[in-house]
Design a protein around this ligand. Sequence first.
Ligand code: PLP
Length: 369
Amino acid sequence: MPKAQETVLEIDLDALAHNYRYLRNKVAPETKFLAVVKAFAYGSDAEQVAIKLETLGVDYFAVAYVKEGVTLRDAGITRPILVLHPQPIHFDTIIKRCLEPSIYSPRILRLFLETAEQHGQKQYPVHLKFNTGLNRLGFWENDLDSILELLKDRNELKVLAIYSHLAASDDLNEISFTKTQIATFQKIATKLNSNLGYRPFQHLLNTSGILNYPTAQFDMVRSGIGLYGFGNEAKTDPRLKPVASLKTIISQIHRIEPGETVGYSRAFKATDYQITATLPVGHADGIGRQYGNGSTYVFVNGQKALIIGNVCMDMIMINVTGIDCKEGDEVLFFGKDISAEDFADTGNTISYELLAAISQRVNRLFIGN
Ligand SMILES: *Cc1c(COP(=O)(O)O)cnc(C)c1O
């Protein structure tokens, strides 16, 4: 592996392929597999990740917003792309770029119908999203009548699929709640199918759902975090491989006298002689202030060094007292020796937030094929 010469997010495409195959094997062969590549593919790189997954045979992609779908089309992605949370201002673009909108409320359905009509569309594919307990986005079960009323005698749209999202698929203390969500989803599907006169396909499970609720795969599953190497549980994580590693180098080393302080607000006070290293990465790169002041360590030549003082916008200082290192040496934030999940935990957050926060200022470096 080449040594880092600046701050880089290394993206391991072989690890991505490994994770895809692992998860794909958990799913029935006839069940479609949708890869969630929203938020720059969880902070990695949406284009390269989607291109790789398309060659591996992924059936579907999902993004949160229309702009993200456009990026994938511009990158040459030809598989269907579901837009999970589109806004009406971009409905024209959805149709122009052949994206499939998630329709999640009567207002959105009315507005998308209008746009489809203006574009002279027939049977434009849409996914109806139902709220079964997450209470975030989606039609309620009792919206079914108004949905059917709106669609009656109209040919602009085709309900290609219906779907819902689980609130706690990772939490085995919530099995009965999750089972209720699954049952509600099935009930909605049955009612809708009998009234529509055709059967849209159905999808429900995210990564933890794939791992914990194998009987609820329906016609497609939607995986995000698992593809990037995390299964939200100690049992699965060792079988997945982290795709992203954040690395940087030591810009400068300082020898600090007792009583001296480091960084803004003089937050770190040396009680002893200390050696510190300054790194070219900061909260503008996605390593927030919660990781400062001794909360978190990074790896310098395989040894743990604590982040000291306040995290700055473009710099972080670490304590390298007693660690054999020099300016220019590589520093690992997360990747192989410490997982993004464990690193995130030191800042009281989860891998999803840490990964998706790595900003576009950090160069992405691809390894593997
Ligand atoms: C983000 C998202 C997913 C992916 O969830 P993971 O836990 O990352 O697998 C699936 N479905 C919806 C609706 C989402 O918003």
